[in-house]
Design a protein around this ligand. Structure first.
Ligand code: ATP
Ligand code: MG
Length: 459
């Protein structure tokens, strides 16, 4: 799978440029319209001025016809700007052309004494037209006339272009300036992230301390998540170290015994001596097996403790305990021990069935091992208020009250009477605690033997 790496800086810049470009185009369009309007207003005023100047010179001749003496200065004030050309025409009463360019389009709709403006094309060039309607008086009656003045639009176009160009230039500079500012700002803002990366990179691989670097609030969530991940990683690593430490420590003795016995078997003079050594080595192997099994179980509990947050299933304890007790009956029979079960109905708890099975196996295993030939063992499941209680009771020698606390510690054993690791009871206690339960050791009925009581919250 390819991961696409993108740059925050480039992304921000991209967004900035796109948005300013959109705003810029809108602003430019507006500026252009404004520029055209301004240019028109300014030059229209000049056009109207020259139309007025011409109109002033229209007189009624003695024969009643209209005559004009065109004041060329009036037209010059128009041509002074750029290469624009100027046209004019003067019309008398409808249908009477007086002077000027006869083909110049005229504007209809000019009211008396008022000027109207319009756009048209003349001789293939766009022009702006102003038409002024007036009337010349003979003293008796008045003769209406229209003065039309037009000019090409080169100057106007140049003006709007200049305005537009300047606006575009200003806008471009603004965008470039903003881009530089964003670039610098983002570089500065990202600096804590680079520092964070450096700080983590510089760490030794087994340094899982929480990250203490000051970071922006937006990144704090990520840092918190990483920190909590590191805590979990640390506990997983601790569990692993614990396991390997325990394993190497506990396995050393049986392995040493196996080596010694194998060496003895090699050097043994008789078949009998070889057999004895082989048997002892075999016992040591069984020992190692048991130790490994218990250690793996501990590791499993650690893993389950981490899984626990995800919830466990409901299990029926009476049936489970009865089945496990039944599994042990043959072994108990061989050891001359009477193993029984008490409990009926259904009692539910929330737990992991394999681990609860291991818990019970450890308790029954202890009773079988330490209660002695001829003893009686009872496995019991009953309801007690809000709890479901699992008991394993025997009538063997039990554990002296002052020792009962001590045997709950890992690797603590009551004596060297039987092979064992000293992990059984701590495992029982840890599994119980994992599912919200408790474990205690009491003496059995009549002050004899041992009663291990595990109480789970009913589920
Ligand atoms: N039912 C019992 N009767 C008498 N003593 C017991 C009984 N159960 C446990 N003990 C004593 O408590 C000690 C600790 O028991 P625990 O189950 O923790 O370890 P272990 O049996 O020695 O080793 P493991 O169970 O790890 O193989 C035992 O060594 C034993 O002396
Ligand atoms: Mg045990």
């Amino acid at each position: 799978m390819r991961t696409v790496v993108y740059s925050l800086r480039r992304r921000l810049l991209g967004w900035l440029l796109i948005s300013t470009a959109v705003i810029g185009v809108v602003a430019l369009t507006d500026t252009y319209r404004e520029a055209v309007k301004t240019a028109n207003v300014v030059s229209d005023r000049v056009l109207a001025g020259s139309a007025l100047a011409i109109a002033e010179r229209v007189v009624v001749a003695e024969d009643g016809s209209l005559q004009v003496d065109i004041p060329y200065v009036a037209l010059e004030m128009l041509t002074s700007a750029a290469q624009d050309r100027v046209f004019y025409r003067v019309d008398g009463p409808p249908g009477q052309f007086i002077t000027g360019y006869q083909t110049l389009p005229s504007l209809t709709g000019a009211q008396d004494q008022s000027t109207v403006f319009g756009d048209a094309v003349f001789r293939g060039e766009p022009i702006r037209i102003a038409a002024l309607r007036r009337s010349a008086s003979t003293g008796v009656n008045s003769v209406p006339f229209v003065v039309t003045v037009a000019e090409t639009t080169i100057a106007r176009r140049q003006l709007t272009q200049t305005i537009l160009l300047r606006s575009a230039l200003r806008l471009g500079l603004m965008i470039a300036g903003a881009a530089v500012i964003v670039w610098i700002a983002v570089t500065f803002s990202l600096r804590p992230l680079y520092r964070l990366g450096d700080a983590i990179a510089e760490r030794s691989p087994d340094d899982l301390h929480p990250i203490g670097e000051r970071v922006p609030s937006e990144v704090q969530g990520l840092v918190d998540t990483v920190n909590s991940f590191m805590v979990r990683l640390q506990s997983a690593l601790d569990a692993l170290r614990h396991f390997t430490g325990n394993a190497s420590h506990q396995l050393r003795t049986p392995l040493a015994i196996i080596r010694t016995q194998l060496a003895l078997a090699q050097r043994a003079g008789t078949i009998e001596a070889t057999r004895v050594a082989a048997r002892k080595a075999d016992e040591a192997v069984a020992d190692a097996e048991r130790i490994l099994a218990q250690l793996l179980l501990m590791a499993k509990i650690d893993a389950a403790a981490r899984e626990e947050a995800r919830g466990s299933e409901r299990i029926e304890l009476v049936g489970l305990a009865r089945a496990i007790t039944a599994e042990h009956v043959p072994v108990a029979g061989e050891a001359g021990i009477d193993l029984g079960f008490a409990g009926d109905g259904e009692l539910w708890i929330r737990a992991e069935p394999l681990l609860v099975g291991e818990l019970l196996k450890n308790l029954i295993g202890n009773a079988l091992l330490y209660a002695g030939r001829g003893a009686e063992i009872t496995v019991r499941v009953e309801r007690c208020d809000d709890a479901v209680v699992l008991e394993v009771e025997d009538n063997g020698p039990g554990i002296r009250p002052e020792l009962r606390k001590a045997v709950l510690k890992r690797f603590r054993r009551g004596g060297d009477e039987a092979p064992g690791t000293g992990l059984g009871l701590p495992i029982v206690e840890e599994i119980a605690a994992l599912y919200g339960g408790t474990m205690r050791l009491e003496e059995g009925e009549g002050g004899r033997g041992l009663k291990a009581v595990v109480a789970f919250p009913a589920g």
